[in-house]
Design a binder for this molecule. Structure first.
Ligand SMILES: Cc1cc2nc3c(=O)[nH]c(=O)nc-3n(C[C@H](O)[C@H](O)[C@H](O)COP(=O)(O)O)c2cc1C
Length: 211
């Protein structure tokens, strides 16, 4: 294993919004290649209930953006005045940009779970949702290693899920989890993000003693 390359991949796979190349097409084969790697991720009880809806038709992308853009801009406008931290402000600025260009992003991927979280016998939330996120992250890493960028967005909240389900013709048995805009990146220079020193958020053996 090439640890230098692996560590670089793990530390520089960022949420990409502004640097999505809206002009360069993305082929279906490379998306399938990345999804093949995505489903190497673990799932609770080996459920493998992941399903992937890939949207590359401009009309469907536009219909998705018609829902995404106004809703996201409203959320950002409501929260923005309360944000003090500059890093988080930059995230919201970049999310605002993404909302305005979503229809032009070449590919949108909607990871779904077959089943509903409130089905009788459904896995508890940690396993139901927890079984799709490792695959989503594998997907984002595979995309990054092929010079593509993505960002995990979560627009399927409350009543909005039903509206998206209509546009995407999702059966009622399917739970859409996230929406990932995918494109080649403009440039390839992504840096590790500022994070607190790991020693300040890690304790050994017991939380309240034995630091
Ligand atoms: C569960 C989850 C939900 C997220 N939802 C959104 C979202 O709705 N819109 C968005 O633009 N980014 C979203 N993000 C991306 C985060 O904003 C991003 O990961 C964070 O700002 C840190 O940036 P980095 O990934 O480049 O370190 C989400 C990330 C996670 C893990």
């Amino acid at each position: 294993m090439d640890i230098t390359a692996t560590d670089r991949l793990l530390s520089t796979t960022r949420a990409v919004r502004r640097r999505l190349d809206l002009e360069r097409p993305v082929g279906r084969e490379v998306i399938l290649e990345c999804l093949r790697l995505a489903v190497q991720a673990p799932t609770g009880g080996n459920s493998q209930a992941w399903r992937w809806l890939v949207v590359d038709d401009p009309e469907v992308r536009a219909a998705v953006a018609d829902l995404y853009t106004p809703r996201t801009l409203a959320i950002i406008d409501r929260r923005y005045p309360h944000i003090r931290d500059p890093q988080t402000r930059r995230v919201y600025d970049s999310a605002r940009y993404l909302a305005t260009v979503l229809a032009r992003v070449p590919v949108l991927i909607v990871p779904c779970v077959e089943g509903r979280p409130d089905d009788p016998g459904a896995a508890p939330p940690a396993a139901f949702y927890g079984s799709i996120f490792p695959a989503i992250w594998n997907l984002q890493l595979a995309l990054r290693s092929r010079r593509m960028g993505s960002v995990l967005t979560t627009p399927f909240t409350g009543g909005d899920e039903r509206r998206y389900a209509e546009v995407l013709k999702l059966p009622g048995t399917m739970t859409p989890i996230a929406l990932l805009p995918v494109a080649y990146t403009i440039g390839d220079e992504f840096k590790p993000a500022a994070r607190p020193p790991i020693e300040t958020i890690t304790r050994w053996n017991h939380w309240t003693e034995g630091r």
